[in-house]
Each structure stands twice: as structure tokens, then as C-alpha cells.
Design a protein around this ligand. Sequence first.
Ligand code: AQP
Length: 345
Amino acid sequence: MTDPTPVPYAGPERVLSGVQPTGDLHLGNYLGALVKFVAMQERMQCLYCVVDLHAITQWQDPKALISQTREIAAAYIAAGVDPKKAIIFPQSAVPEHTELAWIFQCVARLGWLDRMTQFKEKTGKHKERASVGLYTYPVLQAADILVYQATHVPVGEDQRQHLELTRDIAQKFNHDFEAPNFFPLPQAMVEGPGARIMSLRDGTAKMSKSDPSDASRITLTDDADAIAGKIRKAKTDPEPLPSDEEGLKGRPEAENLVGIFAALSGQTRAQILATYAGQGFGQSFKPDLANLLVEKLGPVSGEMRRLLADPSQIDAILADGAQQARAIAAPVVAQTKKLVGFWGA
Ligand code: AQP
């Protein structure tokens, strides 16, 4: 699609992102999302939701959903998101998300959704058994972002295609309703060393909450022994560590572990390789990586435990965040309904 209006969106810069409360957060969520959330809160207004509406695209135990929603909020805060600087809230507490999502379902084209690779990956050969919500999930995601007229979306690499769809929906809405630049075309902020963390069992599959193997991921609730055990058993190949990045080509497991080391330590891959070149993985690379993981994730899980010991504190933050979020979303939806031509809008 081509944008008929070259004038860029003139509203304030704003960040929106979220994590699903579908299980323990893992290293990929931490590096691909949480670390970026913290960095962004110093630069512009940030809204971080716990996307419980997305979670129910696959069945969730209701009791677990509530406690996991609190856990994700606690993880945001424990990782360094400051509720005084950023708005933290549950997606389902702001009904404007679903209201806008319906309008966007009427804007998005079936062909666009048919191209979404995450739906194909999640459903495999059984797509007829998937919920309709899982199929239209990226449209709700577009509403999550655009209901705040958000301009920046920090996410991992796996979300890049969904962000493209959000831009297509914004562009088509602005065009169809002759409202040039009403919705911004948000930028995915995918860059950074933690954008794509892979499974510890298979360097070609992304680290994921839904992988049946617990050994495939490091979670924020793993203790030092669990981390050391998972890193010790992490799949590698029989070759020693190479001396340069070229030598990581065709070795996805080695590339992943070196990438994780670099992302956590703030060093480049080249610097890591300069230290460990020629050594076997088990010699000192894996023990050092396990220690680094414990050093970085230990304080986050400790703080999460402390916060979750008093859920009323988390609940107060979520309630206050929902109120602040609604104050931004309601006028945007009111204006959208007026543009669409709804009675009384
Ligand atoms: N492996 C990853 N590497 C880097 N970033 C990742 N993210 C997820 N996996 C990786 C980023 O984490 C944020 C929150 O993701 P989510 O929980 O909302 O959904 P997801 O992308 O579907 O994550 P999971 O953990 O893989 O969950 P399941 O298994 O339920 O699908 C997003 O910014 C995502 O990019």
C-alpha cells in the first residue's frame, strides 16, 4: 500500500508494548522486551500492558491467569520499570482495546492475516482447531498500539511482521476515513543484541514459554542450580569456540550462546570470542555464562518474589495504570467512532 499523505504524524511520541501472562517469563522475554522497556521509560511516555486478552487465544486456567497477570506486572517492576514513570496495566481493564479491535477487523484484509507466520507456526497442521481469536490476534495487537496513538513498539524479532500489519491497518484506516495521519505508523524497535534468543535445545527455534521442554529456556524463576544445569546441558556442537563471528556461521547453538553472553555482559560477540576462542564449551565458557545469568537474573527474581508476597501493592499499581491508560485511550476511540460515522459519537 502507498501512503497518500506524506505529512508525518504530529502527535507526541509514545511507547506501547506488552507480554502475555501465559507462563514463566524467560530469557528471551527479558532481553527482547523487558530490558528495552526499562531503557525507553527515560525517553518518552511508556505504556506497558499485561496482554491477558491475547493470552486467552489459547485456553488458560482462570485462577492461573490472574496470578500470572500479577507475575508479569511484578517482572516489569523487578526488571526496573518504574510505575511512576511508565503506565503498567492489564489489557482487559481497558475496554477501548477491544472496541477499536472490532473496527480494525473491518479494516484489515483476510489476505493480510493469511500471511502471518506466527499463526502458522503456532497451529501447524491443525489450524481448524485454533480459536478465531488466535487468527485475529494481530488485529487486536494493532488496536493495543494505536488506541494510544503509540509511535514506538519495543519487541523481539518475532513480532516484526505483526508490526508491519499494524502499519498497514493504520494507513488503510487513515486513507479510508480521510483522516490523514490520524493514526501514526508505529516503528518496531527490534534492534539490540537480545532481539532473537533461541532455544537451548535447538538453535533454530526461538526460546518460547510454550516449548514443552523446560530445558529449552532459562526462566526468571530458575534458581542458580537450575540455571547451571540448563546451561551445562545446553546443546552445542563438538567443535571448539571459533576465533571470529564468521566461525559461528552454520552453528546455530554456538551462535545463540555467544549472543546470550554478549547481550547480558554488554560486550560484543567478537569480544566474547576473543576470550574463549579455541576452548571447548564446557571448559570455562558455559560455567562463566551460568554465573553471569545468575548475577543478572537473580536480583530480578528475588525482587519479583518480594513484590508478589503482597499482591495488594501490585493490584494498586495495575488499577492506577488502567485508569491512566483509559484516560488516553477513550478520546482516541471517541474520535475514531466519529470518523467511522457511528451514531452518538
Ligand atoms: N525468544 C525470544 N527472543 C527475543 N524476544 C522474545 N520475545 C518472546 N520470545 C523471544 C519477546 O517477548 C515479548 C513478549 O512476548 P509474549 O509473551 O507476549 O509472546 P510471544 O512472543 O509469543 O512469547 P513466547 O514466550 O514465545 O510465548 P508463547 O510460547 O506463548 O508464544 C515480545 O516482545 C516478544 O517479541
